[in-house]
Structure formats: C-alpha cells, structure tokens
Design a protein around this ligand. Structure first.
Ligand SMILES: *[C@@H]1O[C@H](CO)[C@@H](O)[C@H](O)[C@H]1NC(C)=O
Ligand SMILES: *[C@@H]1O[C@H](CO)[C@@H](O)[C@H](O)[C@H]1NC(C)=O
Ligand SMILES: *[C@@H]1O[C@H](CO)[C@@H](O)[C@H](O)[C@H]1NC(C)=O
Ligand SMILES: *[C@@H]1O[C@H](CO)[C@@H](O)[C@H](O)[C@H]1NC(C)=O
Length: 336
C-alpha cells in the first residue's frame, strides 16, 4: 500500500467513526406519544405510499406532511397536512391524540369517506380545520363548537348533509367559514348575526340552503360573502350599506326578491353577482360612482335605464341581459 492509499483509508475511518458518534448522540426531537399516534394514523389509512417517510426508526419531526413546534412546546406536532394522496379510508379518530395540533388539513383525497370524528374536540389548540375535497358524509357536527381556538373552518367539496349548527356562532375567534359544495339544507342560523369575532368570510355556495337571510347579518362587515346556488328567498339588501368594507358579494342563482332601487353600494366593493334571482326595481344612479371589477345583474326583473355618466357602460350586455325592462347601453334596447 502506498502512502496515499493509507491516508485515504485513515480519513475514511475517521469519517466513519464521527458518523457513528453523531448517530449515537443525536436525540430525536419527536415526542414518543406523537410518534405512536402518527404510526397509528398511518396504519388506519392503510399505510399509503404518500406517508412512506413515516418510518418508526427516524425522528418523526423529519417526516413529511407534518410540522413540530419549537422548544416552547417541546417539539410536539403542531400541524398535520395530508394533501392530494392516493389514500383510501376514513379520517383516523387518532388525530384527536395529537394534543398540540394547531392546524389539521386533509385536502383533495377522493377516497376519504365517513364522518368527521368527534375525537377532534380534544384538540384544544386547533386554530385551522380544513377537511375539503374529500368524500365526507354526515352532518356538519355540532361538536365543532367545542374548538374554542378555531379561527378557520373549511369543509367544502364533500357530501355533508343536514343543517348548519347555530352553535358555530359560539366560537370566539372564528372568522372564516366555508361550507360550500355540500348537500346542506335548512336556513342560515339566526345566531350567525352575532359572531364574537369579526366573521370576515362566509362561503355557503352550492348547497340546498333555503329561507330568508337573518336580518342580523346586516350588522356584520364581511370581506367576502358567497351564497350562490342555493334556494334562498326574500330580502338580501341588509348585506349592503355605505359603511361596509365587503369586497365580494355573490348571491347568484337563488330566489332572492327585493327592490334594488335603494341598495347603496360602498367604495371597496369589487365583485357583485346577483344573476338569476327575482330582484326588482331599477339600477340606482349612485352606482355610477363606483368602480366594480365584476358586475352581473342578469336574469332578474329589473326595469328602467342603465344609468350613464359613470362606469356602468364598461360592462357588456351579458351583465344586464334577461331582465324585465332594463334599457340603454350596453343593451340594444334603447329607452323610450
Ligand atoms: C378509490 O376507491 C376505489 C374503490 O375502492 C378504487 O377503485 C380507486 O382506485 C380508489 N382511488 C384512489 C385514488 O385511491
Ligand atoms: C367522491 O367520490 C366520487 C365517486 O364515488 C367521485 O366521482 C368524486 O370525484 C369524489 N369527490 C371528490 C371531491 O373527490
Ligand atoms: C355610517 O357611519 C357613520 C359614522 O361612522 C354614522 O354616523 C352613520 O350613521 C353610518 N351609516 C349607516 C347607514 O350605518
Ligand atoms: C352573468 O351571468 C349570466 C348567467 O349565468 C351569464 O350568462 C353571463 O355571461 C354573466 N355575465 C358576465 C359579464 O359574466
């Protein structure tokens, strides 16, 4: 052996010893209870390839689809995000045994069926719950109102049925609610007019909700409202007002019936879609002062001239067509 080979061997040996020492002294950050729970979750989901990194011999804080907190929470698992995997099964009830979870998300997994497990009420620190684009059935559970730290709730794109629990309005921090694209029936609970925090997003589109909107919703200042494609009736004018800061209001494809003539818009409104309802009256002249990005009042029972001298002629006839007797540009029918 020449000198060079000897040196290489020596360095390799040193490197190997350092490596062994590193392995022996490195301590898993992962909490053992969390690790056991995660392995149960993996098993309950039939050991999907998506969770191949969840290997019992490695530190669970290094696994994909989750996040451990810092030393202040002893590196407990604070977030679990299972997204777009080839996974079949039900939501594992064991998720309730990750007591430090702040965020729980299962999203875009076609074959997740069954109901939302009540064990999630054990998650006292949960701030964000997103169970969307799954195939969950059963109700929007009443027990969600036990999640006192919840700020964000999305259960959209499932097969959930039954009515919306009024107790959701008990949640002191809830500001985002998306229950769209389910099979929900019944009305919007009266209690929704009195959320303790500012309810900024209320997205209920593509359900079979009915009845009139509680008057009390007029007390709220939303960022975005989407009630489209339901069976809501009656008045929705309380959602508007000079003092609001709502950016987007979509009430399209319902059976709303109110007089548009006295509906006052506000500066920050960017999107207003009222198509396919039974809305009467005329378009207020005041509306010329606002610079909406999207406007659709088609398929209603509006009458009278489309006010000129502002921004309302920027839209094409598809914004206004199929009304009772709207007239003037951009429609072809001129006003007599
Ligand atoms: C979903 O389940 C069905 C029937 O159990 C199966 O045929 C299909 O491959 C599954 N799809 C996915 C994406 O796992
Ligand atoms: C729910 O399952 C059906 C088939 O049973 C499938 O066609 C549909 O895409 C699934 N929904 C979602 C949101 O993945
Ligand atoms: C709008 O706010 C002003 C002052 O904040 C108040 O005086 C007025 O009554 C409010 N108008 C409406 C319609 O609520
Ligand atoms: C308004 O809604 C109607 C009905 O859905 C649609 O046909 C039309 O294209 C929409 N108008 C615009 C400007 O998008």
């Amino acid at each position: 052996m020449d000198h060079k080979t000897n040196t290489t061997l020596l360095f390799s040996l040193l490197f190997f010893i350092t490596y062994l020492i590193t392995i022996a002294t490195s301590k898993d950050l992962c909490n053992q209870n969390d690790k056991n729970t995660l392995l149960k979750i993996k098993k309950s989901l039939n050991n999907p390839y998506h969770l191949a990194s969840w290997h019992p011999e490695t530190d669970c804080c290094s696994w994909y689809c989750l996040e451990c907190g810092d030393a202040t929470v002893n590196h407990r698992v604070i977030s679990l995000t299972i997204f777009a995997g080839q996974i079949s099964g039900q939501l594992p009830p064991e998720v309730g045994d990750l007591p430090y979870l702040q965020s729980l998300m299962f999203h875009r997994i076609t074959n997740i069926t069954g109901q939302i497990p009540s064990t999630i009420t054990k998650l006292k620190y949960l701030r964000s719950l997103r169970l969307s684009w799954l195939n969950l059935s059963g109700p929007v559970p009443e027990f969600l109102s036990q999640l006192m730290n919840l700020e964000y709730l999305s259960l959209s794109f499932n097969q959930l049925s039954g009515s919306i629990p009024s107790s959701l309005a008990l949640l002191p921090k809830l500001s985002y609610v998306d229950l769209s694209r389910n099979k929900l029936t019944g009305t919007i609970p009266e209690s929704f007019g009195s959320f303790p925090a500012e309810l900024a997003y209320l997205i209920l589109s593509h359900n079979q909700l009915s009845g009139s909107i509680p008057k009390s919703l007029g007390n709220l200042d939303f960022n975005r409202i989407d009630f489209s494609r339901n069976k809501f009736t009656g008045d929705a004018s309380m959602l508007f007002g000079a003092n609001k800061t709502t950016f987007s209001i979509d009430l399209s494809r319902n059976i709303f019936q109110f007089d548009l003539s006295r509906v006052v818009l506000h500066e920050s409104l960017g999107v207003l879609d009222l198509n396919h309802n039974g809305i009467t009256g005329s378009i207020p002249v005041q509306w010329t002062e606002y610079s909406l990005q999207i406007l659709n009042v088609s398929y209603n029972r509006l009458c009278g001239p489309i006010p000129t001298g502002g921004s309302l002629q920027r839209f094409d006839s598809y914004t206004y067509f199929h009304n009772k007797c709207l007239c003037g540009a951009p429609l072809d029918s001129s006003c007599k």
